[in-house]
Design a protein around this ligand. Sequence first.
Ligand code: NAD
Length: 372
Amino acid sequence: MKIAILPGDGIGTEIMAEAVKVLNALELRFETETALVGGAAYDAHGHPLPESTLALARSADAILFGAVGDWKYDKLDRPLRPEQAILGLRKHLGLFANFRPAICYEQLTHASSLKPALVAGLDILIIRELTGDIYFGQPRGRRTAVDGHFPGTEEAFDTMRYSKPEVERIAHVAFQAARKRAAGSGRSNARGKVTSVDKANVLETFQFWKDVVTEVHASYPDVQLEHMYVDNAAMQLVKAPKAFDVVVTGNMFGDILSDEAAMLTGSIGMLPSASLDKNNKGLYEPSHGSAPDIAGKGVANPLATILSAAMMLRFSLDQPEAADRVESAVKAVLSAGLRTGDIWSEGTRLVGTREMGDAVVAAITGKTITKS
Ligand code: NAD
């Protein structure tokens, strides 16, 4: 197994060093190779996604990505800006399935804007289709209306569309993810259930989506399927989020619902994500950016990147036990009261990036973590 390590810019290098340390502590058999990406790659090679980095990403079994960007690159032409590296990797590698877990650790319930009882122990997974829907559908543009309410006036239009293979492949991903979660240990919300979110009552595209998801479900009798309209899903996410397990939806609804779900957990420094291709090869990254305001200070929270590495073990490298070990170690460290600045509260022990990474390694290797 080969893992491409792309630390990127800002806190990217600091948080990645901790994630690599955690991976090494697991003593699995894999090879890593590191390459520049984002602003660092632009500085060295004149492009945020050099051919050599793309070639490494293509040849690896999985990609662990830190973060890219810095204000100093804001004046560059758009194709040369650091953030283009992520879009380039998604496009070139066909990463169509975006996984955004929303996990609220018991120890961090105060950080959520919802009542602790609603979010304590929350562990759900939003799967968003990433390369289709109204965001990419053609035709789109502006024109003079020939019909509608105001013919002869200027109008704009986009096209919502999904092909059968596009819906089939994301549905398979969702059912398989629900199955894997149910088989793993200790996930409080994992009950082998997929909620497919649509707007079938109004949109032809999403009646089609619902029909295709139902068809694919026939191959997964062990997984329960429920359908929910997107407006109701938005409401249920803040009313009873723990009633969900895996949520699968299209690009636009997923864009909105995954951010809503992320905020249930309170802290961006804790949120991992993954974008997968049809063979479950993926790019794994924290949901946050390169945080130039705290870069180089050794204070960034490395847990989102460490949890992204756990997702990589589970989804791309078929190492669910190792993923469980990493996630349990993170919980143990939080239970011991260790906190980086973004999640610190009265009565807990403030630690830096490296100390947090060391504590996760200690929890994995069975060493004692010093309590606050
Ligand atoms: P950001 O996520 O980098 O930072 C937002 C705030 O959260 C900052 O106050 C930062 O200090 C804090 N923060 C973020 N991650 C943290 C962590 N691990 N620990 C502690 N605090 C953390 O977003 P931004 O400031 O809007 O953007 C900064 C740069 O990152 C920009 O160049 C932006 O384009 C880029 N960006 C990159 C990605 C990516 O690489 N996937 C995603 C978003 C933004």
